[in-house]
Design a binder for this molecule. Structure first.
Ligand SMILES: Cc1cc2nc3c(=O)[nH]c(=O)nc-3n(C[C@H](O)[C@H](O)[C@H](O)COP(=O)(O)O)c2cc1C
Ligand SMILES: C=C(O[C@@H]1CC(C(=O)O)=C[C@@H](OP(=O)(O)O)[C@H]1O)C(=O)O
Length: 368
């Protein structure tokens, strides 16, 4: 029952949506790093709910760093960040306590924790826990950024509306990553952005929800990063990304579309670009044998439509063991895709910093 992930850099996540607070413990950071608090807060803002496309619950997500940071530097000892829960409305959950929300973790948590779990607001299984995850990931991300390694994501699809794809041209891609990293609702095609927002609002008005796909890319990751056998880049990133509530699928590079092609169509052939080894195509998403080949890492993640909808749904009363009908109250996201984007970027940063530290040693983190 460990809530910890990682080898050289490890992250422990704790808390419940309606408990006193939530937090994260980061172990393995190099001493002497000055944290860019503005950057971390900017990342946290990208995860915060906004407008009718998000939950009405508003939390400050203010960070309280209680250990591992002294005199504006990391000490190298475990760094612990706490955040308060203050805008809880637990009465929304008391009435329906025994009614299991379809597709949420109420039933499975009851089975695992024998009924002793904090059920309020999805408890430990709430998307609320992704706030400290973003704080930890943003620390890792700022270290990667200093090394020139950039991570960026956009909303590739919301329900049936599809955005453009990231550019294949390096200069244009860097520009797109910067733009997406500053946008609250990151879509490459401005026209699609408006349509997507309207679609989410429309379903929210109907008491329903929608899902979507996030496309992510990582550039300037040197070739040779990734560990055998179970710590391939795909394995490490997938485990982290699948830990995000609501994620139901991931593909790297061409992913499931590989099935529609022959080897001669999709093999990424090599060539020399002056002194650099490159591939003409990047169908493998920058990874061969679980190890980076120096091309951009590309992946897509699918998030399901939010489980808690306001339409009436069939369910069971867990206590009386009867079929019943559930009408959810409370404040929920009609789509979680836009808020989950920065969570994905953050866990990618955690996984990559872990693998890079395994390759280059932990003092590498602090080297200019
Ligand atoms: C940022 C974020 C916000 C979320 N908001 C909600 C929400 O308001 N209502 C809800 O039912 N699920 C929400 N979820 C998803 C649930 O937490 C998730 O579906 C649930 O824990 C069950 O896990 P699973 O979908 O991975 O099986 C959110 C997830 C994230 C990442
Ligand atoms: C509070 C946040 O998101 C919550 C994620 C969530 C869920 O079921 O995942 C349900 C809602 O809250 P509550 O737990 O009060 O029902 C969301 O508001 C947050 O992300 O900070």
């Amino acid at each position: 029952m460990k809530s910890t992930i990682g080898e050289a850099i490890s992250i422990t996540l704790f808390g419940e949506s309606h408990g006193n607070g939530i937090g994260v413990l980061i172990d393995g950071l190099c001493p002497g790093i000055t944290l860019d608090m503005d950057y971390i807060n900017h990342q946290l803002t990208l995860r915060k709910p906004k407008g009718r496309i998000s939950t009405a619950r508003k939390e400050s997500d203010e960070m309280n760093i209680v250990s591992g940071y002294f005199d504006d530097h990391t000490t190298g000892t475990p760094l612990c960040i706490l955040m308060e829960n203050s805008n809880t409305r637990s009465k929304d959950y008391s009435k329906t306590k025994d009614l299991m929300r379809p597709s949420h973790a109420d039933y499975t948590a009851n089975m695992k924790y024998l009924g002793f779990q904090d059920y309020r607001g999805g408890g430990h299984f709430s998307g609320r826990l992704t706030a400290p995850l973003v704080a930890a990931g943003s620390i890792c991300n700022q270290i990667l950024k200093k090394k020139g390694i950039l991570i960026g994501s956009h909303l590739k699809q919301i329900n049936n509306l599809v955005d453009d794809s990231f550019s294949q041209d390096e200069k244009e891609l860097i520009q797109q990553i910067h733009e997406m990293n500053h946008a609250y609702f990151p879509v490459l095609n401005n026209k699609k952005q408006e349509e997507m927002i309207q679609l989410i609002e429309q379903h929210a008005n109907d008491g329903d929800s929608v899902g979507g796909i996030i496309e992510s890319t990582i550039i300037n990751l040197p070739a040779g990063v990734g560990e055998p056998f179970f710590h391939s880049i795909e394995s490490v990133l997938s485990q982290l990304i699948f830990s995000i509530p609501g994620v139901k699928g991931i593909e790297f590079g061409l992913g499931f579309d590989f099935v529609n092609h022959t080897g001669s169509e999709v093999n990424d052939t090599f060539y020399m670009d002056k002194e650099e080894v490159k591939t003409k195509t990047n169908n493998n998403g920058g990874i061969n044998g679980g190890i980076s080949n120096g091309m951009p890492i590309t992946l897509k993640t699918v998030l399901k439509p939010t489980a808690s909808i306001y339409k009436k749904q069939d369910t069971i009363n867990f206590k009386s063991k009867e079929d019943t009908v559930l009408q959810i109250e409370g404040r929920h996201d009609p789509a979680i895709v836009h808020r989950a984007r920065v969570v994905i970027d953050s866990v990618i940063a955690i996984g990559l910093l872990d693998l890079l530290t395994q390759r280059y040693g932990y003092l590498w983190m602090g080297e200019e």
